[in-house]
Design a binder for this molecule. Structure first.
Ligand code: GLA
Length: 767
């Protein structure tokens, strides 16, 4: 709900409130962002400092802005913090003084050409620069149901001369003096979303200048009170509905108060007379229940207001992806066989990854030439898709449309279509296409439309495998080069808007070498993202844990791959690879045809289990539960509290380990639950020479005797069954079966290898 009370604006959600007011001079003073307060007057209590001691400045009206909490900081006027807007006025000065003009309550108000969250109730506040015809519009959209507020800014130049904009941020949040920490999610290729917590002092930044939202630093960040933890304490979270460069600044000023600003970062934008510039939309939320509260606001918000279209609430198919099974060595016969194998394990979609288009024998060529390779797929995509469908699975395809290889027909025909000069730092032998140019966007759109309308394609994996190095467009004059990176993203969004509207039933999965463009902007077009190229179960459980702070598992592509893993060469149990992938959108990135019959059977049972609990696993509420060091325990609970699932992952098996209970989250206190565990029987091969302790005959590791024993000797499998109230599972916890730790093994022992895990299921006990 949005309330305006005299000069105070109050934006209320179910549990939170955001308030600001206009002071007499027209400057917008930020008042509060926290829990909802009972009375409107409760929000209007902050002082305006009239006289700052020492060498601080006062404005024309005698007010000091240096420590004034504000909504829209500018350059000059004694405010020394990072501004929301930095614009050079026609005379070269940058000191802008934006003051309140009026407010409106528009029905629809979205930034032009940019994705934005759907729904909510909007307030538009218009500010005018005191001495120039320059207007700053601030938009606030309140999502009451999910406790999120979205914001963006528009700058309008009604001067007769050009204004140069170097910064137009999406949101600014000023917090009162206190002790805070900044939490950001940093990483690199195959190491995404590592949580970094830093004491907030001076100035800290979280940003990307890779041309995309980047795996180096995700736009999602949190600021919290120093003592805040998973379940208690105050935290604020910010994110951006944008896929390009971003900049977040967290500053503590000389008086200890904090300014957070976030937006698309530095620009060099020429705003001509009569023109306007829109920032991307940003989102923020507040929690007084620690980081879990942040996730419990952001997850439903993304599920309801960011992800859209036919697939928003639809269960996602279990897929088999050809990449790690075949790499570039694909052929019609192999793909049809893979479809058969996919069907055999119960998968519903076969995704033909890289390697299918003309001349694509490795990653040094062919990007841009989006026609089926006549040698590998002589009958073309339409026939292939039909034959895959005949095997009982849908057909999906990998594309990387924003790129061109130097060795390609497209590059030969249009060498000037690349972003940057030919001589630039190069990644994966490919250039980025210049999407600031309408004719290049049309080419991309047309070639993708031809693919999608030429064959029965149910799914597209849209990849983007390099970062940008020379963000220069030959199509723009020198004075507009500072616009190139934002114009690229606008071009991309134009393409995605057209394609997703033209093919509304196609399931799109965004990918950029895994998580190099994992952001709310892409999620407005594509309901899921390939979270990381790293499919190692141990790494993945860490990466998925990082994503979970800001993103729900319903947008996370998670695959079971072979062992040893192709990124780490680590061996891990198949059950554990499944358990980790089951806490997201399940797929298999291997060729089931190369597995032994018992592994295939194990996978069949996994897929069957996943499908039976798919709504819970994909769309249930996600919880990070307390766990011991070196372990991680996550749960999902159904909205009606009838069902829950959880995975307890252990990095390193320990001898003679401690017994530590696992504490559940999200179960309903008064309900009684029946807990069961899901495991697979141990194998003789798990024990190596230790098997001789029990065996009447000598078994050598790797011998035929061992293989025979492995086949015929069935060892007892651990199986936990418990009944307790939801409150007992959460407060008192439960003890997993004692793990094998050096001595004694029987059915009451849980055989854990390194990187092993158990999956638990809770069902409401009706009695
Ligand atoms: C990227 C993707 C992978 C795969 C390859 C194909 O690395 O992240 O999943 O599709 O490209 O070249």
């Amino acid at each position: 709900m949005i309330r305006t009370d005299k000069n105070v604006f109050i934006l209320e959600t179910n549990q939170t409130a955001y308030a600001f007011r206009t002071v007499e001079t027209g400057v917008l003073q930020h008042l509060y962002y926290g829990c909802r307060l009972p009375r409107a007057e409760d929000y209007d209590s902050a002082p305006v400092i009239l006289n700052q001691p020492g060498n601080s400045l006062v404005d024309n009206d005698g007010r000091c802005r240096e420590d004034l909490l504000q909504e829209a900081g500018t350059v000059g006027w004694g405010d020394l913090r990072a501004p929301l807007v930095d614009a050079m006025l026609p005379d070269g000065g940058r000191s802008c003084d934006f003051r309140f003009s009026h407010f409106e309550r528009p029905e629809h108000a979205l930034p032009e050409g940019l994705p934005a969250s759907e729904g909510g109730e909007t307030l538009k506040v218009v500010l005018k620069e005191h001495t120039h015809a320059l207007y700053l519009e601030l938009y606030y959209t309140v999502f009451e149901d999910t406790d999120v507020i979205a914001r963006w800014s528009r700058l309008i130049n009604d001067e007769a001369e050009t204004v140069w904009v170097t910064r137009l941020m999406s949101q600014q949040l000023d917090l009162p003096a206190g002790e805070y920490d900044l939490i950001t999610f940093r990483g690199a290729w195959a190491r995404e979303m590592d949580m970094v917590r830093q004491n907030l002092a001076g100035e800290l930044r979280w940003s990307s200048n890779t041309g995309g939202s980047s795996n180096r630093c995700n736009p999602f960040a949190m600021v919290c009170r120093r003592g805040c933890g998973e379940e208690a304490g105050e935290a604020w979270a910010l994110n951006l509905v944008y896929s390009g460069n971003h900049l977040g600044i967290a500053q503590v000023n000389a008086y200890g108060s904090v300014r957070l600003t976030q937006g698309m970062g530095e620009l060099g934008w020429q705003l001509m007379p009569g023109e306007k510039l829109d920032s991307p939309q940003a989102v923020m939320t507040y929690s007084d229940r620690g980081f879990s509260g942040i996730s419990q606001h952001m997850h439903p918000f993304i599920k309801k207001h960011i992800v859209r279209g036919a697939w928003r609430d639809r269960e996602r198919p279990v897929l088999v992806n050809s990449w790690e099974g075949f790499y570039f060595k694909v052929s019609h016969r192999k793909v049809v066989q893979l479809a058969k194998n996919a069907r055999n394990i119960g998968a519903e979609l076969l995704v033909l990854d890289d390697g299918w288009f003309k001349g694509r024998s490795d990653d040094s060529r062919a990007l841009g030439d989006w026609k089926a390779d006549p040698k590998k797929l002589p009958d073309g995509l339409a026939v292939l898709a039909r034959e895959v469908n005949e095997q009982g699975v849908r057909f999906g395809l990998w594309v990387e449309p924003e790129m061109v290889s130097e060795q390609s027909e497209l590059f030969a025909a249009h060498p000037d279509w690349i972003l940057g000069h030919k001589n630039q730092a190069i990644g994966r032998n490919q250039y980025v296409l210049d999407l600031t140019r309408p004719e290049v966007c049309s080419y991309v759109c047309d070639s993708m439309t031809a693919i999608l309308s030429g064959a029965d394609i149910a799914y597209i994996k849209w990849d983007m495998n390099r970062i940008m190095s020379d963000v220069f467009s030959p199509a723009l004059p020198p004075e507009r080069q500072g616009e190139a990176s934002h114009r690229y993203i606008l071009g991309l969004y134009g393409i995605l808007d057209k394609l997703t509207k033209a093919f509304p039933d196609v399931l799109f999965e965004s990918c950029a070498s895994g998580g190099n463009r994992f952001d709310l902007g892409m999620l407005c077009y594509m309901p899921q993202v390939w979270a990381s190229d790293n499919t190692d179960a141990a790494c993945r459980s860490h990466i998925q844990w990082g994503y979970s702070y800001g993103y729900p598992q319903s947008v996370l592509g998670c695959h079971v791959s072979d062992s040893p893993n192709h990124q780490t060469l680590r061996r891990s149990p198949l059950r554990s690879r499944f358990n980790v992938a089951a806490m997201g959108l399940l797929g298999y990135e291997l060729n089931p045809g190369e597995l032994s019959s018992d592994k295939i059977q194990e996978i069949r049972e996994q897929v069957e289990f996943y499908k039976a609990h798919r709504r819970l696993l994909q769309f249930g509420q996600f919880h990070r539960c307390p766990s011991a060091a070196g372990e991680c325990f996550t749960m999902v609970t159904s909205p009606n509290g009838e069902e829950a699932a959880g995975v307890h992952f252990v990095w390193e098996n320990q001898p003679n380990p401690q017994s530590v209970p696992l504490y559940c989250r999200g179960l309903e206190g008064e309900k009684t639950y029946h807990l069961t565990s899901r495991s697979t029987p141990p194998r003789i091969t798990d024990f190596g020479s230790l098997a001789n302790y029990m065996s009447p005959i000598r078994i050598r590791s790797g011998s035929l005797v061992e293989k025979a024993a492995d086949r015929f000797v069935k060892l007892p499998q651990d199986a936990l069954e418990l009944k307790a109230s939801g409150r007992a599972f959460c407060q008192r916890g439960f003890y997993p079966i004692q793990p094998f730790g050096g001595t004694g093994f029987n059915g009451a022992t849980r055989l854990m290898r390194d990187f092993d895990s158990r999956l638990y299921l809770w069902t409401e006990d009706a009695e």
